[in-house]
Design a protein around this ligand. Structure first.
Ligand SMILES: Nc1ncnc2c1ncn2[C@@H]1O[C@H](COP(=O)(O)OP(=O)(O)OP(=O)(O)O)[C@@H](O)[C@H]1O
Ligand SMILES: [Mg+2]
Length: 307
């Protein structure tokens, strides 16, 4: 049985079709990432899966439950970190964890959870006094209180500095090692590439592609390219003397498309034969980000929404 099964799910807010007929499955123990620009429908999707929002149509099973009909049973087994997590000002992380444990009616190893999210040093600091990254870690800690099989993290690292982001990545990797399934939304392509077993790219309520990062790159990549710095004369020489596709940005950067390995040798031989100046030789292939930008048509905007 898959951990999550989604089939033809739709959700509209008035005239706006926020989720427009999406289907996917998430396997046991998998880190699955939903990527997409602002307003793509990620949070709406994740809230439908958490049982916090009612879908208009389609089928959803999460750990075997219909999240809207069997929310009570489901909520005991999942952990949720909502987007832009906030908490009351005055509890400390230690108190917040105890409070949540009481709500769930479970006994917790508070220090174990604090250690897991690397928050031991701030265990007794009021929430309001924590940094943005520490606040996010409290959100992660609370999502783990009930020892969940499945954890939903809605943009857990938005607004964090690179170091804090990497600390959260380590936490997510450990969740996977412990055998938990993680559904993660993010704006950071490299985060999905780094953590996710499979990725769904969402735009305007639809999933436009789904697969492992490598599969998506292989499917949409425009192939490998050889980059070299040189002038227009070198570009002309290459175009006249080889059959290679050569692009020039007018500013010294020459891009040569490599269809097969042999093309690299042809390009290099021709560059050398030209006797012209060249520098800075390197190869390049598409990252998930390059493909995302092409598919969605806009780079993801960075938002610093964490205090
Ligand atoms: N409660 C609501 N009422 C009306 N419209 C909503 C509501 N929640 C979301 N929307 C709209 O639905 C669309 C999808 O929103 P959603 O929050 O699911 O996107 P998202 O992919 O999570 O975006 P972001 O990356 O900004 O978090 C957006 O156009 C949003 O304005
Ligand atoms: Mg969102």
């Amino acid at each position: 049985m898959s951990t999550i099964e989604v089939s033809s799910v739709k959700k509209a807010y008035g005239d706006l079709q926020a989720v427009d007929g999406i289907s996917f499955t998430v396997n046991e123990g998998e880190v699955f990432s939903v990527l997409g620009p602002n307003g793509a429908g990620k949070t709406t999707t994740i809230e439908i899966l958490e049982g916090l929002r009612e879908r208009d149509s389609g089928d959803v099973k999460v750990l075997g439950f219909d999240p809207w009909k069997n929310g009570y049973e489901l909520h005991k087994k999942i952990g949720v970190m909502p987007q832009g997590f906030r908490f009351f000002e005055y509890p400390t992380p230690r108190e917040a964890i105890k409070y949540y444990a009481d709500l769930f009616g479970v006994k917790v190893d508070v220090d174990g959870i604090l250690r897991k999210v690397i928050l031991e040093d701030s265990a007794n600091t009021y929430f309001t006094k924590l940094s943005g990254g520490q606040k996010q870690k409290v959100g992660l800690a609370l999502s783990l209180v009930n020892d969940p099989e499945l954890v939903f993290l809605d943009e857990p690292t938005t607004g964090l500095d690179p170091q804090a982001r990497r600390a959260v990545w380590d936490i997510i990797r450990n969740l996977k090692k412990e055998g938990r399934c993680v559904l993660l939304t993010t704006h950071y392509l490299e985060e999905a590439e780094e953590l996710a077993d499979r990725v769904a790219i969402m735009n305007k309520g639809k999933i436009i592609t789904l697969g492992t990062p490598q599969e998506i790159i292989a499917k949409y990549s425009s192939g490998e390219r050889l980059l070299v710095r040189g002038n227009q004369t070198l570009v002309d020489y290459l175009r006249e003397n080889t059959k290679l596709e050569v692009r020039f940005d007018g500013n010294g950067l020459i891009t040569i498309l490599v269809q097969q390995k042999h093309d690299v040798l042809i390009a290099l031989a021709s560059i050398e034969q030209s006797g012209l100046e060249w520098t800075d030789l390197r190869t390049q292939r598409d990252s998930l980000e390059d493909i995302f930008v092409r598919l969605v048509g806009e780079p993801i905007e960075e938002r610093a929404e964490v205090a």
